[in-house]
Design a binder for this molecule. Structure first.
Ligand code: GCW
Length: 745
């Protein structure tokens, strides 16, 4: 990426001694010897730093045979660079093709030989216009990639209606080469199914990142706007390569200062870096900003002065950033201010902001992650209870942003009952990419299977096949606006995400936001090929580890539908014993409800009745202990310790079995990874190996602490062959982690 290119020089490149020179003879001889030495050195394989900075855009030289084949296909590049987007597209192609094929293609204004690559739009490149391709239906971000005859010669074309489409198509073409695909008969058509594909940074202005485990915030606010860290460009490249087209720069627990002129200048500078890559910036707005930075006495959305303030503020933002995306808002949730503070509804609050951004084409993403302080009801039910009555009241540039599950990004949650329950409102998915509840950045947990499970879940809102994906992409109810957000795992760490494997979660988020029907396994295969090695002997075992990793973490942390059992505040490690404190629904005991009789949260019709928030066919399944997917058994049911589960074991024995199974899976991951030594560069191999060792220890800790604790309720012995916890329950309870990363401030 933006750093010294340490690739070995291409053997054919001319060096000083090859050139006809005028140097006197004796010196020439010495220089010739030196030159030969230098040339020899240049041809030695130079170890390339593999510190993870380049992500999946490494563009390492391909093997000779493949490179030769591709080189003939991409000998000449015809890609205009009249606009910023066109310029970065061409730069990326030159960088990518040059890196992989050993030499950059020659560049030309028009194709005049076989093996040209034409990139652009009918407007930007006459040769593309002449091809008469069917670009209708590709919208303003889609593209096609096709092997064609252009003016009688074999060529490859990446064509789109817009520059952004051509950029996305170019990244796709590079991916084909990175993953070793045949390129002689290409005929690909792609358009994103979801309109807004957005990262949410939970980054504070002092560079602390809430639930961030990869260093400080990537945004160096203090040095902005004058210093534009090259990382911003590489961040934009990485995002564009997976189709992300928006980013919310600051934490939803927002500081109103981001809306002051000083910070807006910084935001505008970032927007300038991201714009050529098709990425719009958005900001989290603090609802009480008119009082905090506007000098008003109220932030009541019905107050004319408040409305005027937001309109003026919005106009000010658009004057600086004409393509500003809009606002993300966390309101009346976990102590954040909101319209309810003034007796108004979520719709009133959202609509006020929506009205301000509407003339500029902006949107409001209003979060549904709400649960009230006073509300004694099951927290699972509260978002639905608060939002469903307002369906149909939101302006048409408002999206309601819903977490994948009803509690809070737990290791596994059933899909949120709001999906399918607000047909008149575009519902945006909010996934968490940062692993707040899944081992921070040290545990290898690939989130692809979890995203896939949620997106493919059937809400039955309009009969069978009404998947969450169809709700989110807008097709179920015919919404033009649609969106997916991911809480970013990006920070200042050299490898961006805190660990090499956490890069895969950023990657899969983008790919699934573009196509919610994409498969987690295929995406993992692409990622491994691009990030580690195209060697099948690496790809298959690594993909195997990744695909098993989410279930493994669920097993060793919260099996059978248990949830919210982590340490208080920082959320690090097991703490099923957490009780007391400011609110019951911030404790573990509230969620697991273990007693001498059994364990689990009764959300059936006889319990909190959360099941009834789902469409009838789903509710019936969840309500029935014999039919509910076992992965959600204790999410919806309180079950006796001795009741039988499908394996034939008692619930207690199954619980212990699953805890151990999770730990066992980490053992297998370690063995697989150790076996890859020498096939993966030492630098990354070593770190992953050490992180897996941490994960193994912590998996054991989760198992042991949880079993020691739950055994005090079940009173049952461990099944035969199960090792007792290594330490006493008191030992685990006494552990403290005062400076665990990512905590709220
Ligand atoms: O997951 C919880 C986190 C909070 C977070 C909140 C939210 C930004 O523990 O740190 O605050 O959810 O999503 O608003």
């Amino acid at each position: 990426m933006v750093h010294t290119d340490r690739r070995p020089r291409h053997p054919g490149a001319m060096s000083a001694q090859d050139r006809p020179g005028r140097t006197p003879r004796p010196q020439r001889a010495i220089l010739a010897v030196l030159g030969c030495l230098l040339a020899a050195l240049a041809c030695l394989p130079v170890a390339q730093a593999e510190d993870g900075y380049e992500l999946w855009l490494r563009y390492r030289p391909l093997d000779a045979e493949q490179a030769g084949d591709y080189r003939a296909r991409f000998a000449q590049l015809v890609a205009p660079a009249q606009t910023d987007v066109q310029r970065v597209t061409r730069e990326e192609l030159v960088r990518g093709l040059g890196g992989m094929l050993g030499r950059a293609p020659t560049q030309a204004q028009r194709a005049d030989r076989a093996g040209a690559l034409l990139v652009g739009t009918p407007a930007s490149l006459p040769a593309i216009a002449r091809l008469g391709l069917e670009l209708e239906g590709l919208g303003d971000e889609g593209y096609l990639i096709r092997s064609v005859q252009a003016d009688g010669r074999a060529a490859t074309v990446v064509a789109a209606n817009t520059d952004a489409g051509a950029l996305y198509g170019s990244f796709h073409l590079l991916r084909l080469l990175q993953t070793g695909q045949a390129v002689d008969a290409l005929d690909l058509r792609e358009a994103p199914k979801v309109k807004l594909r957005v990262l949410n940074h939970w980054d504070d202005l002092n560079r602390h990142v809430e639930r961030g485990y990869s260093g400080q915030s990537i945004w160096d606010w203090h040095r902005l706007p004058d210093w534009l860290d090259p990382r911003y460009t590489d961040y934009a490249r990485a995002n564009a390569s997976i189709g992300i087209n928006g980013t919310v720069l600051n934490n939803v627990n927002a500081n109103a200062q981001i809306l002051t002129p000083m910070y807006l200048d910084k935001v505008a500078a970032l927007a300038g870096v991201l714009r050529p890559y098709g990425i719009r910036v958005y900001l989290s707005a603090r609802f009480s900003a008119p009082m905090e930075i506007g000098g008003l006495k109220t932030a009541d959305p019905e107050d004319p002065a408040v409305r005027r303030w937001w309109r003026a503020k919005t106009d000010e933002i658009y004057a600086l950033i004409p393509d500003f995306g809009g606002f993300l808002v966390k309101a009346n949730s976990e102590g954040q201010p909101g319209p309810q503070d003034f007796g108004r509804s979520h719709a009133d609050g959202a609509n006020m902001l929506a009205e301000a951004v509407a003339p500029h084409g902006g949107v409001v993403m209003w979060r549904a992650f709400v649960y009230s302080d006073e509300e004694p009801d099951d927290r699972h039910k509260q978002a639905y209870t608060e939002f469903v009555p307002h369906d149909g009241e939101f302006r048409d540039n408002v999206l309601v942003q819903v977490k994948n599950g009803a509690i809070d990004f737990q290791p596994r949650e059933p899909f949120h009952p709001l999906f399918g329950a607000m047909p008149k409102t575009p519902l945006m998915m909010e996934f968490q990419i940062t692993k707040e509840y899944l081992g921070f950045a040290t545990h290898l947990v690939y989130l692809g299977p979890m995203y896939e499970e949620v997106l493919r879940a059937d809400t039955h809102a309009r009969g069978a096949g009404s998947t969450v994906a169809r709700v989110v992409d807008g097709s179920l109810e015919g919404h033009a606006l649609s969106g997916i957000a991911g809480v970013a795992n990006i920070g200042s760490d050299r490898n961006w995400s805190g660990s090499h494997f956490d890069q895969a979660n950023w990657y899969v988020f983008g790919r699934m936001a573009w196509d919610p029907d994409a498969g987690a396994r295929a995406i993992a295969q692409d990622w491994v090929r691009m990030t580690f090695s195209p060697d099948d002997a690496v790809v298959e075992p690594v993909v195997g580890m990744m695909m098993a990793s989410h279930q493994a973490a669920v097993d060793y942390m919260t099996p059978l539908g248990l949830h919210h059992l982590m340490g208080r505040g920082h959320h690090y490690g097991p703490a099923p014993w957490v009780e007391g404190g400011p609110r019951a629904d911030w404790t573990s005991v509230y969620f697991h409800r273990a007693t001498k009789d059994g364990i689990g949260f009764d959300r059936t019709t006889g319990g909190s009745d959360a099941v009834s928030q789902y469409a009838r066919p789903v509710a019936e399944v969840f309500n029935d202990p014999a039919r509910v997917p076992e992965d959600f058994l204790l999410w919806f049911h309180h079950r006796p310790w001795t009741s039988r589960v499908s394996s034939g074991r008692s619930l207690w024995d199954e619980l212990v079995h699953r805890y151990s199974r999770g730990v066992g899976e980490v053992d297998r991951m370690q063995a697989t990874w150790t076996g890859l030594q020498g096939r993966v560069d030492d630098e990354r191999h070593h770190q992953v190996e050490r992180f897996l060792a941490i994960q193994r220890n912590e998996a054991q800790w989760w198992r042991d602490a949880s079993i020691a604790y739950f055994q005090t309720f079940s009173g049952l012995p461990l099944p035969a062959g199960e090792a007792p916890p290594a330490q006493s329950l008191e030992y685990y309870k006494a552990l403290e982690f005062p400076h665990a990363p990512g905590d709220t401030q």
